[in-house]
Design a protein around this ligand. Structure first.
Ligand code: ZN
Ligand code: FE
Length: 239
């Protein structure tokens, strides 16, 4: 599988996946159409599928123009049908789809918003988590009990250590600063902060991350219980 990650809007990421056996190409989230078209043109790829993680505008705005240009089929969360009424398929926990020969499993990962889903590619050891988890961080909670996002993070964090986690935003420098303030004695966090600083100084994306790195340095995933998680999420909102 070929994977191309690129920036859209100010700090969103979109990802193109290409199954080499069948040349089927899928896009995960569509923050805007222009950067996606530019990436496809550069690579000489078509676009067959668009996989949407959740309803927020910075993840779906590019859909109509991309469907019009490429005739791509849209896969959308079942609970986001009201904002994506023209989608070709609505999916939820336990549903399966194919990107060519690559198997994809749908997870319900609510907490950032209620409709949020993630796409897990077990054979590739890759998961696309949208705004559920970020590198060293997690999404904001919009009017939902913190238990939901906490459970979604714990589930992602229980995947095999080598699993690569692709998220929807480059928020890592801010997340790393908050992590240091939250766990000042954590040597893994201090070391990773330096790495992250250097990566961002050279314009290198900090996505994807891995389950192993997040277990060591993500203070939201590392929270001992839901109360500590909720307190950290609240503190990050004001950080
Ligand atoms: Zn969002
Ligand atoms: Fe977002």
């Amino acid at each position: 599988m070929q994977i191309a990650l690129f920036t859209c809007l100010a700090d969103n990421y979109a990802v193109l996946l290409r199954d080499e056996a069948t040349a089927v190409v899928a896009l995960v989230d569509a923050p805007a159409s222009e950067p996606v078209i530019a990436e496809l043109e550069k690579r000489g790829w078509g676009l067959d599928l668009i996989l949407i993680t959740h309803r927020h505008h910075d993840h779906i705005e590019g859909v109509p123009a991309l469907v019009a240009r490429y005739g791509a089929k849209v896969i959308a969360p079942a609970l986001a049908a009201d904002v994506l009424p023209g989608a070709d398929r609505f999916v939820k926990e336990g549903d399966r789809l194919q990107i060519g020969e690559i198997a994809v499993e749908v997870w319900d990962t609510p907490g950032h918003c209620a409709d949020h889903i993630s796409y897990h590619l077990p054979a590739e050891q890759v998961i696309f988590v949208g705004d559920t988890m970020f590198t060293m961080g997690c999404g904001r909670i919009f009017n939902l009990p913190p238990e939901m996002l906490y459970a979604s993070l714990q589930r992602i964090g229980a995947l095999p250590e080598a699993t690569r986690i692709y998220s929807g935003h480059e928020y890592t420098l801010s997340n790393a600063r908050f992590a240091i303030a939250t766990e000042p004695d954590n040597a893994a966090i201090a070391a990773r902060f330096k790495t992250i600083e250097a990566m961002r100084a050279s314009g290198t994306p900090t996505v994807p991350t891995t389950v192993a790195e997040e277990r060591a340095t993500n203070v939201f995933l590392r929270a001992r219980d839901v109360a500590e998680f909720a307190a950290r999420r609240e503190a990050k909102n004001r950080f």
